[in-house]
Design a protein around this ligand. Structure first.
Ligand code: FES
Length: 501
């Protein structure tokens, strides 16, 4: 099922690249981060070329909840404790500025994108978590930012407490993105869709050659704005980020809906906002998070969201279901800046967690300043080559264990299913002639067989029965049941087998 955003607007695409070209700045990826960079840079008069593998905003930006907020869960007490008050302050200020910047773009370019200011709340229904919320309130106040502890937040159920940030916002992310595209083209920028970056090489004159699936682009600067940085070496982002999948439903109800944006303080996550759709106000409920590539089922994902909706809106009807993947760094701070020390003039913005609306604007401003040679006071917070001690050792251990399992241990274990045990409309890994083969049987029994080894760095894939995809537990690449690559960092399809002949 499409996301509400994709369903409520026509797809936007541009011609794909049809010849070799030269440009000042090549941006790889036309999501909110890439297009925000392109918008600012074309306004400054640079010759900018954006290439995109899919249609505009079709992947991450078209599947977000689109909350524009500096309240990234309960984050500021963690940041203060782990990295000090100055860094926590600057992170918060940068994200607050991003809200203003987005509004400024919307006003300057007259983008009709349903932008509305709303209060944002992180709430709890558990007495045992009130202390944690109060600690967050104190930390945010100590950073000089106004916030409030409240015990009523307008939700249709009682809460024990919440921290409220006023004047946060929400919008329709694709309407905003399409508005950016119009301004980029008006300013002389070029956008090519269905054009995939495959490789990047430094040329003899210190420019870069970008190899795409179509033609070649020569550029002075490159901004890697793909969902996951696709160049493995140097950069090594695959050693310091993982992907998390979360699920969203949009429901229709006759009951009156609330007006704010909300998220729970701890697991299980429930996130709420409303959105306009064909003259109605729908409720969006998000949650069901798990590491991408870990086994999941309908009940643990969409199922819990639908149960939650029924508790408070018994008449609710699910109109949309969709899911999304977010890149999360080990210290929970995005990576923004130079891609690697050995790659001057190549920049990256990634690891926005689930807060890409503001983080993408922060990232675009930092990178535009770097290209223009201006100092940006927030650059140090997000430095992509940082070597801070990781304060989040649990995540670090999890990632190492997961990668070792999928690269080595699981590959050597015998498969625990055989061909006949796989039901129609389901999939699994089996063994044929001592080789692992990924099998999916469609609802009519047609067989699709793939080599279940990720084309990124070779981890063993796992079957995702909710979406009928092969997902990678190492860094979150995904492939359709027929082997077609859907999500990076991998960009090649899986090898397939023809078992029916
Ligand atoms: Fe890296 Fe699969 S995504 S090995």
């Amino acid at each position: 099922m499409n996301s509400l955003w994709l369903d409520s607007i026509n797809k936007k695409s541009f011609p794909s690249l049809s010849n070799n070209i030269e440009t000042d700045i090549c941006i790889l990826g036309a999501g909110i981060f890439g297009l925000t960079c392109a918008y600012y840079l074309t306004k400054l008069g640079f010759k900018v070329t954006v290439i995109e593998k899919d249609d505009i905003g079709e992947k991450t930006t078209g599947h977000t909840t689109a909350k524009i907020t500096s309240q990234h869960g309960l984050f500021y007490d963690y940041l203060t404790q782990a990295y000090g008050q100055k860094l926590a302050h600057d992170y918060l200020e940068a994200n607050q500025n991003a809200i203003k910047n987005i509004k400024q773009i919307i006003d300057d370019e007259n983008i009709k994108c349903d932008f509305e200011y709303k209060n944002n709340y992180v709430y709890t229904t558990k007495k045992s978590e009130v202390d944690v919320i109060q600690k967050e309130v104190t930390s945010v106040e100590n950073l000089g930012f106004p916030c409030a502890f409240v015990t009523k937040a307008g939700l249709p159920f009682p809460i024990e407490g919440a921290i409220c940030f006023k004047n946060q916002a929400e919008f329709h992310p694709l309407k905003y993105l399409y508005g950016l595209c119009n301004s980029i083209i008006k300013n002389g920028g070029e956008i090519y869709t269905h054009t995939t970056a495959i490789n990047l090489e430094k040329d003899f004159d210190d420019t870069y050659i970008i190899y795409t699936n179509k033609h070649v682009i020569k550029s002075h600067y490159v901004i890697v704005a793909t969902h996951y940085p696709f160049i493995n070496f140097p950069g090594f982002y695959f050693t310091k980020m993982y992907q998390s999948t979360s699920y969203i439903i949009a429901i229709d109800t006759k009951k009156t809906l609330f007006n704010g944006m909300y998220i729970t303080a701890s697991s299980p996550t429930f996130s709420y906002r409303t959105a306009k759709y064909k003259g109605k106000k729908l409720l969006l409920i998000g949650g069901g998070d798990h590491k991408t590539g870990q086994p999941s089922c309908f009940q643990d994902t969409y199922g819990i969201l639908e149960q939650e909706a029924k508790k408070f809106y018994p008449d609710s009807k699910v109109l949309f279901r969709w899911n999304t993947r977010d890149c999360i760094s080990l210290d929970k701070i995005p990576y923004i800046g130079q891609y690697a020390n050995t790659m001057p003039n190549v920049y990256v913005g990634t690891g926005f967690k689930k807060w890409g609306m503001t983080s993408s604007n922060v990232a675009a401003n930092i990178i535009v300043d770097k290209i223009c040679g201006n100092k940006n006071k927030y650059e140090y917070v997000f430095k992509s080559s940082r070597l801070k001690p990781i304060k989040n050792m649990d995540e670090m251990k999890n990632m190492i264990v997961q990668s070792t399992n999928s690269l080595l241990i699981e590959k050597l274990k015998p498969a625990n299913m055989n061909f006949d045990e796989i039901e129609n409309n389901s999939g699994s890994i089996i063994e044929i002639n001592n080789e692992k083969v990924g099998i999916y049987k469609n609802p009519n029994g047609k067989i699709f067989a793939v080599k279940p080894v990720c084309t990124h760095l070779g981890c063993l894939l796992s079957w995702n029965d909710v979406d009928k995809t092969w997902d990678c537990p190492c860094h979150g690449s995904r492939f359709n049941y027929d082997g077609k690559n859907l999500y990076d960092p991998a960009f090649k399809n899986l090898d397939t087998y023809d078992l029916e002949n």
